[in-house]
Design a protein around this ligand. Structure first.
Ligand SMILES: NC(=O)c1ccc[n+]([C@@H]2O[C@H](COP(=O)([O-])OP(=O)(O)OC[C@H]3O[C@@H](n4cnc5c(N)ncnc54)[C@H](OP(=O)(O)O)[C@@H]3O)[C@@H](O)[C@H]2O)c1
Length: 272
């Protein structure tokens, strides 16, 4: 029997790298893409894994790599849009470059990949598109306004895409992790410097302290990899897949709590 095939973006670390290993161990052929292939590290020489260069912000590179991987693997069953970046902090302190990069990586990058793979999946009559969202695509938390914008965009886009993809037997999924122990904070998080106002500086420090403290309870990337695998193999049309205990708990709490109460509790917890 032919192996199933998957292409993932941002496979040089964290959830992306773990997902490549998870699928490969289960017999899938995987196109592990990353913007700098010298970072492939542990993925080199894994049977069934091929490394490709793909920077989601470069339209020609996206087109070229999708077509190459499609031809090499004789079709792609599942696409995972995982590449991510976070400009975190007070909006007034953000510059244009950070704002544009936020949407360019997390949202426009996802659209670029999907626009290139959709016609191929449509002609083939099947496929699954999996987009990495976050609990940050479902609720607004302090100092994440730019990151939230990108993940809310991914959520709304994916929810709508269902209707036009369905007639061609193309499934769409959203993965919604809570805090996950990856290098995101070190390598993909861009800390926005707060403007010189003591109230902004105080909020920034308290929020940052709170997030650092809660991150001690972050889940392992394998939890997300296994959720992606479940979403990839599911035959139904389920859209949202929270990943990890923390995500389930927070989404449940957010759903049952009136927003004014949620805000009050959030401000009380962080002391802002
Ligand atoms: N960690 C969490 O708590 C958490 C929670 C919810 C959702 N998520 C989402 O999960 C996804 C993966 O994040 P992670 O936690 O695994 O963080 P990570 O280890 O920092 O991984 C982010 C990946 O995205 C890649 N990337 C950044 N810009 C790119 C571009 N222009 N083109 C291609 N790849 C690019 C990075 O590549 P380089 O190595 O080249 O920088 C890196 O491999 C993201 O979408 C993130 O928003 C994370």
């Amino acid at each position: 029997m032919e192996s199933s095939t998957m292409l993932i973006t941002g496979a040089s670390s964290g959830i992306g790298m773990e997902t490549v290993r998870y699928f490969a161990r289960r017999g899938w052929k995987v196109a592990a893409t990353m913007r700098n292939t010298s970072k492939a590290g542990k993925l080199v020489n894994i049977p069934g894994v091929a490394i490709y260069r793909l920077d989601v912000t470069q339209p020609h590179n996206v087109e070229e790599t999708i077509n190459k991987a499609w031809n090499d693997m004789k079709g792609i069953d599942v696409i995972v849009n995982n590449a991510g970046y976070g400009a975190i902090g007070i909006l007034e302190g953000a510059n244009d470059e950070q704002i544009i990069r936020q949407m360019d990586t997390n949202f426009f990058g996802t659209l670029r990949v999907i626009r290139n793979v959709l016609p191929l999946m449509r002609k083939r009559g099947r496929g699954t598109i999996i987009n990495l969202s976050s609990i940050a695509g479902r609720m607004g938390l302090p100092l994440y306004s730019l990151y939230h914008s990108s993940k809310y965009a991914v959520e709304g886009f994916t929810e709508s895409l269902y209707y036009e993809a369905r007639p061609f037997n193309i499934k769409v999924r959203l993965i919604e992790p809570g805090p996950i122990r990856t290098e995101f904070n070190g390598r993909s998080k861009d800390e926005i410097i707060p403007p010189d106002d003591e109230r902004y500086i105080a909020i920034s420090q308290k929020v940052s302290h709170f997030y650092n403290a809660t991150f001690k309870y972050a889940a392992e990337p394998k939890v997300v990899a296994s959720t992606i695998f479940r979403a990839a193999n599911s035959k139904g049309n389920r859209l949202r897949y929270p990943a990890g205990f923390q995500s389930h708990m927070l989404l449940f709490f957010y759903r049952i709590t009136p927003l004014p109460v949620f805000r009050l509790i959030t401000r009380w917890l962080i002391n802002i």
